[in-house]
Ligand binder design. Structure first.
Ligand code: NAG
Ligand code: NAG
Ligand code: NAG
Length: 225
């Protein structure tokens, strides 16, 4: 009896220890996986190079998602909305600790959301890059860098994916104050070796999914600049 409860305790301890450990792997960051997928799609074509994965730009992509307040219907279709450009310098950059003076122009934008969480590779092909226009944006030669953000709303779906492209110069654009990436939760962004453990539960234990039963939605939007 004692050995059984001891084993159970060991199992519980092991479970709680192993979850944070695996969550600390950079490979567990869905935003980094999305950038990897995008870059491999680019480099598979002659003449397009891999883009620099800029954490400051990616943090702004995550802020961009937050501006939608979880409203998937506002992403695409006839009710589509776009955060005002002024928000970038006034709100998004300060929230990220990105120096406003280092902001560079965007050269493209891909945004999508879906009620269900899917793997980054699927998000790339099934939500974000579903037509020729979006594929052209992925391969556009004016981009030099990319940043991706992914987040659920209120600890569950819908799940938003945002990719921003810029022609800024490497790490001198979208630079963090003091050179240190600022962590913003919930959600994950690419390029910062962000373990994303704080949002681990959003992606693996979607307690709020039952609310969405019968309300499957997919929306996406793609544009240059
Ligand atoms: C790039 O992504 C698009 C959209 O998912 C896909 O149709 C295309 O086959 C991909 N290209 C390569 C080389 O993987
Ligand atoms: C790159 O940007 C320039 C200036 O905005 C524009 O004229 C050109 O068409 C763009 N090239 C592509 C491939 O989109
Ligand atoms: C930018 O990256 C280069 C090479 O990785 C590094 O040497 C340099 O210190 C970085 N600059 C800043 C401002 O982080």
């Amino acid at each position: 009896m004692a050995s059984i409860s001891c084993c159970a305790l060991a199992c519980i301890v092991l479970f709680y220890v192993s979850v944070p450990v695996s969550a600390h792997k950079v490979t567990d960051n869905p935003a980094d996986k999305l950038v990897a997928e995008l870059n491999s799609n680019r480099t598979a074509r002659k003449g397009s190079s891999a883009l620099f994965n800029n954490p400051g730009l990616a943090c702004i992509a995550l802020q961009y998602i937050k501006a939608y307040g979880g409203d998937c219907d506002s992403v695409g279709g006839k009710n589509a909305k776009k955060p005002p450009d002024a928000e970038i310098a006034e709100t998004f950059a300060p929230n990220c600790g990105v120096e406003v003076s280092s902001l560079a122009p965007f050269t493209g934008r891909l945004l999508g959301c879906q009620s269900k969480y899917i793997q980054p590779k699927q998000a790339f092909s099934d939500i974000l890059v579903t037509n020729d226009k979006a594929l052209e944006i992925v391969h556009n030669s004016n981009h030099s860098e990319v940043g991706a953000g992914v987040s659920g709303a209120d600890g569950g779906g819908p799940y938003f994916w945002c990719v921003l492209f810029s022609n800024g110069k490497g790490n001198s654009s979208f630079a963090f104050e003091g050179g240190v990436a600022k962590s913003t939760r919930p959600g994950c962004y690419s390029g910062a070796n962000d373990d994303c453990s704080g949002s681990y539960s959003f992606f693996r234990h979607p307690r709020l999914w039952p609310i969405l039963v019968g309300a499957f939605i997919v929306m996406s939007y793609a544009s240059l600049v």
